[in-house]
Design a protein around this ligand. Structure first.
Ligand SMILES: Cc1cc2nc3c(=O)[nH]c(=O)nc-3n(C[C@H](O)[C@H](O)[C@H](O)COP(=O)(O)OP(=O)(O)OC[C@H]3O[C@@H](n4cnc5c(N)ncnc54)[C@H](O)[C@@H]3O)c2cc1C
Length: 452
């Protein structure tokens, strides 16, 4: 029986507590880690021999990490990864690009750079999943049979659901949207920077659906606030945050902290408002209200964040939840502890596509992938695994330029600090800022190579 320990408290295997100087070194250390060669001789020596064919649908954060780990732990397996996108996006960096802190190129690299040796890359999208027939069909009509399937397609940003939204106008007339792409993040910075010079009303929001990195809309509001202050223009601006429900963040203690900080910084919050449309000419956002009506809110700058859903090939396949809260948007019906499909034993869903209560972050991917891989390898080996994913997710929540709070929690909303005594969860710290702006990217790249 194989076992991975996922305790989040500081145990004897955890790294020692970090001081300020150590944290500064983290970026460089992470970079060095990322540059390590892909194969670990000891792991290969214990690799499970198999002729199984494993298909991975999606070569983003989760797909590449799964591929790297499977390549290490299996000997003789045929591994195929399918994704039409050649570029790899380091999405946690989009916010830094949109804050004017990093260039657009900081978040873009190539998928091919992270592919382990011996993996087949099919540069297409999966158009259809047939878990009863153990096949996927690509958009060109190619049918690929598998013994095991790992679905890592992430999600789609449903901009079309916002009437009047035109993504090619991001960056113009006060229209921002950090999530769309690296180009849009850079264009959003141009629009936000103009706003920080001129003032007016800044409008911020989040969708009512599940979303990746639910802290990102909040932190971009903080970043805009501080950019205005740094330019001496905060008095010329009104900032409005439109929350989709009664809270700003799903974890109560974090919600209270953000509420307090918004009050302190003069960010006006309104609740139960969901953007349904936008008039780009008049610069007006249109929001649904709890009484079934709509309300218009004018803006000089807006950060549009659209609803997020499972990609159609998953959403309309038997892999999606058929009933319950995750059925409507098509998230995959997986067991929240193992990431194994609830009805198809040879299928796993990892990363943003997983229909689990928490965890649409790269930080969750880091903790989900070893669990899913452990169960998959155990099945191939004819054993079982007791690896468990506890819902860990985290968000370095920037609260001003030079300060951030490291918010880490699990399925039960327990705070799960990784560096107790060094990084207090709800404090605005410089050390957490350094982590977000310097150390996370090398760690993320190491994760893609199966080493973090
Ligand atoms: C603005 C922003 C800020 C964020 N900030 C943070 C942060 O601070 N911390 C953090 O941990 N996380 C953050 N995240 C979230 C994090 O980036 C995601 O949770 C993570 O990338 C999820 O990995 P994934 O592999 O599931 O999806 P992705 O990395 O999005 O990869 C999905 C891949 O699947 C492919 N695909 C889609 N459909 C198909 C198909 N039909 N067939 C084949 N392939 C397909 C796509 O082309 C893509 O390559 C942020 C995200 C954004 C957008």
């Amino acid at each position: 029986m194989s076992k991975i320990v996922h305790g989040r408290g500081r145990g004897h295997d955890d790294p020692p507590a970090l001081n300020r100087r150590d944290l500064l070194k983290l970026g460089a250390a992470g970079a060095a880690l990322a540059a390590l060669p892909a194969a670990v001789p000891e792991a290969r020596a214990q690799a499970v021999k198999t002729g199984a064919h494993i298909v991975i649908a999606g070569a983003g954060a989760a797909g590449l990490s799964v591929a790297a780990r499977l390549a290490e732990r299996l000997d003789g397996a045929k591994i195929t990864i399918i994704d039409a996108r050649k570029a790899h996006y380091y999405q946690p960096g989009f916010t830094l690009v949109a804050a004017g802190l990093k260039p657009q190129g900081y978040v873009t690299s190539s998928t091919a750079d992270y592919l382990p040796q011996g993996i087949d890359l099919v540069e297409e999208r999966v158009a259809e999943f047939d878990p009863d027939g153990n096949t996927v069909t690509t958009e060109s009509g190619r049918s690929i049979a598998y013994d095991f399937l790992v679905v890592t397609t992430g999600m789609v940003l449903d901009y079309a659901a916002i009437e009047g939204m035109e993504t090619d106008r991001i960056g113009q007339d006060g229209l921002g949207s950090v999530y769309h792409s690296p180009q849009a993040a850079a264009a959003t910075w141009q629009a936000m920077s103009r706003f920080a010079d001129e003032g007016g009303r800044g409008l911020f929001l989040r969708p009512a659906t599940e979303m990746k990195c639910a802290g990102a809309p909040l932190k971009y509001t903080f970043i805009t606030d501080d950019t205005l202050r740094k330019r001496g223009n905060r008095g010329k601006a009104e900032l409005v945050y439109a929350a989709h429900n009664q809270t700003l963040f799903s974890v109560p203690i974090v919600n209270e902290k953000v509420r307090m900080l918004y009050r302190e910084r003069g960010v006006n919050t309104i609740h139960d408002r969901v953007m349904t449309g936008i008039d780009l000419g008049r610069k007006v956002g249109i929001f649904s209200t709890p009484d079934g009506g709509t309300e218009e809110i004018g803006y000089d700058f807006v950060n549009v964040i659209p609803p997020m859903r499972a990609p159609d090939p998953v959403r309309y396949s038997p892999l999606a939840w058929q009933t319950g809260v995750w059925a409507h948007d098509g998230w995959m019906e997986v067991d929240k502890a193992t990431l194994r499909h609830a009805r198809y034993d040879n299928v796993f869903g990892v990363g943003d596509i997983a229909g689990v209560p928490k965890g649409k972050t790269a930080a969750s991917v880091k903790w989900q992938v070893p669990v899913a891989v452990d169960h998959l390898v155990a099945t191939i080996a004819g054993t079982t695994s007791d690896s468990v994913y506890d819902g860990y997710t985290s968000c370095p929540l920037i609260t001003r330029l030079g300060r951030a709070m490291l918010v880490e929690f699990d399925y039960q909303n327990n705070l799960t600090p990784s560096f107790p005594g060094v990084i207090a969860p709800l404090e605005e710290l410089w050390i957490t800022w350094v982590m977000k702006t310097m150390a996370l990217k090398p760690t993320y790249l190491s994760m893609l190579r199966g080493r973090a």
